[in-house]
Design a binder for this molecule. Structure first.
Ligand code: NCD
Length: 321
């Protein structure tokens, strides 16, 4: 927990946590308090205090309009470990296929006492617009919107970095790949900046960058990962990419695929991360997936603890002490 955070700030942050839509909305104290709760869940082997039964009357709904494995299932597991009931809506067979708006779907499910809505959707402002119209005991959790935002992924990624590196101030963090289409990268950069990281590097061809990120840019992989403490690799998100944006996948692979020999350019204790899903041997060499410096499995495991912290704090529960 950050020593500079006053009780007042913490209390204020706790009171204001109605939805998790963008990392930018979270105070630094909120982020550290989520990290602290996630670490407690891990330390206690997910055994929870008796007050936890209070969450038995909560119901979480997964509404995924885009594919997901890790995010959807870890929200489900996180909720179930907290005693929260879970409903998974199969979108192709739901009323959204008949033209019902997401807001009306939420109201219908709320009428059945559902109150936590985990939503993945391609429209980037939809959750903000919906949150402005909602009233009552309803919490929205953004599970990834278009290429804009994926806050729970950024929280689990920065939590994982903190576990290995203990602080953010002096870290060099290199993000390799399709930053332009990555909601993960956008939220990671926002979270890293909030937490004090100053040396954040984008390593990508110009075509895979946006110019509004306020971080340094390297077109050359070797130069970009020089002395890095953290290397984050991203998938080519072809589903959001204009055709022919890249000369060829082979050329991309040649210039940007992370290989074991690249690690000698980074710091000796550097960690390699990837939000998943991985396209083996496209953005990262298969041999790196089981490498001792690769922490992808740890990221996935941490995802459940972070999402438990998010759900319990949204429900305003102080459930672990
Ligand atoms: C990412 C996503 O969906 O944005 N995956 C995830 O949630 N773990 C990244 C990706 O799809 O490449």
């Amino acid at each position: 927990m950050d020593d500079n955070i006053t009780m007042n700030e913490t209390t204020q942050a706790i009171n204001l946590f109605q939805h998790l839509i963008n990392i930018e909305d979270l105070s630094t104290s909120r982020i550290y308090s989520l990290f602290a709760d996630a670490q407690k869940f891990i330390d206690k082997g997910y055994h929870l205090s008796p007050q936890l039964t209070a969450l038995n009357d909560q119901t979480l709904v997964n509404l995924f309009f885009e594919p997901s494995t890790r995010t959807r299932i870890s929200f489900e597991l996180a909720a179930k470990r907290l005693g929260v009931k879970v409903v998974n809506v199969h979108i192709p067979f739901s009323s959204s296929e008949k033209g019902e708006s997401l807001l009306d779907t939420i109201y219908s499910l709320h009428a059945m006492n559902c109150n936590l809505f985990v939503i993945r959707h391609h429209e980037e402002n939809l959750l903000v617009e919906i949150s402005e119209q909602l009233s009552g005991n309803i919490h929205l959790i953004n599970a990834g919107n278009g290429k804009r935002s994926h806050p729970s992924q950024a929280l689990l990624d920065t939590f994982t970095i903190l576990q290995y590196k203990k602080q953010f101030d002096n870290l060099s963090i290199a993000i390799i790949g399709d930053i332009a289409h990555s909601r993960v990268a956008h939220s990671q950069i926002a979270a890293l900046k909030k937490l004090g990281a100053t040396d954040i590097r984008a390593i990508a061809p110009n075509a895979l960058l946006t110019d509004d990120l306020g971080i340094s840019h390297y077109e050359n992989l070797e130069e970009g990962i020089n002395n890095a403490d953290v290397i984050i690799v991203l998938r080519l998100q072809k589903e959001r990419m204009a055709k022919d944006i890249l000369a060829s996948i082979d050329d991309y692979q040649l210039r940007y695929s992370l290989k074991p020999q690249h690690l000698s350019l980074a710091k000796p204790e550097a960690i390699v991360m990837h939000p998943g899903p991985v396209n083996r041997d496209v953005e990262i060499d298969s041999a790196l997936l089981n490498h001792p410096q690769t922490v992808i499995t740890q990221q996935i495991t941490n995802g459940v603890a972070i999402r438990m912290a998010v759900i319990s704090q949204l429900c305003h529960q102080k459930i672990i002490d």
